[in-house]
Design a protein around this ligand. Sequence first.
Ligand SMILES: O=P(O)(O)OP(=O)(O)OP(=O)(O)OC[C@H]1O[C@@H](n2cnc3c(O)ncnc32)[C@H](O)[C@@H]1O
Ligand SMILES: [Mg+2]
Length: 196
Amino acid sequence: MPFPELVLASHNAGKLKELQAMLGDRVRLRSVGEFSHVEPEETGLSFVENAILKARNASRLSGLPALADDSGLAVDFLGGAPGIYSARYADGLGDAANNAKLLAALKDVPDAERGAQFVCCLALVRHADDPLPILCEGLWHGRILHEARGEHGFGYDPLFWVEERQCSSAELSPADKNQLSHRAIAMQLLKHRLGL
Ligand SMILES: O=P(O)(O)OP(=O)(O)OP(=O)(O)OC[C@H]1O[C@@H](n2cnc3c(O)ncnc32)[C@H](O)[C@@H]1O
Ligand SMILES: [Mg+2]
């Protein structure tokens, strides 16, 4: 196993939980929070740029190989917003405020125009200056509900309708979300690349 221990370049507890569950016990994820509580500025214009930037920063702080997840929700009616700005959509006020802002932006928009995709870009760097990061991407298609449903997950999960299961992603069990999600698709690819 090339990476028995990886630093996860994330301060999001929901991601850590999901990614560790997907990786199983052959790779131990350590939070970058063990090394610093300062979050890097996400200055990239794409998911991949931000994922690489976060991975390099965590690797520099820890001296260890690092995995980053940059993800978000791209809503068709909003031209792909909030996209890379998903975490900060309501100016840093958190998940509930982000969800309220999204519902307001889609007020009176009919179901047929409420298509959206969750995007996940994973970047793994072997060291802070790695010239060839491993990059894997996953997309999960759904649509935005008119009101929140479900208690599981995090972020926009209560507003994301999963057609194949006829429920919101916050109504899926954690195990089911970890089979279907954008993050699950990207992680499958990464595991394949790592021979896991
Ligand atoms: O940057 P780190 O520290 O990893 O944590 P973050 O929460 O800021 O993460 P991102 O910058 O990648 O922003 C991702 C946002 O997209 C949303 N998001 C991503 N994956 C999600 C998921 O599986 N379910 C619900 N919302 C998700 C949620 O609002 C996240 O905060
Ligand atoms: Mg972030």
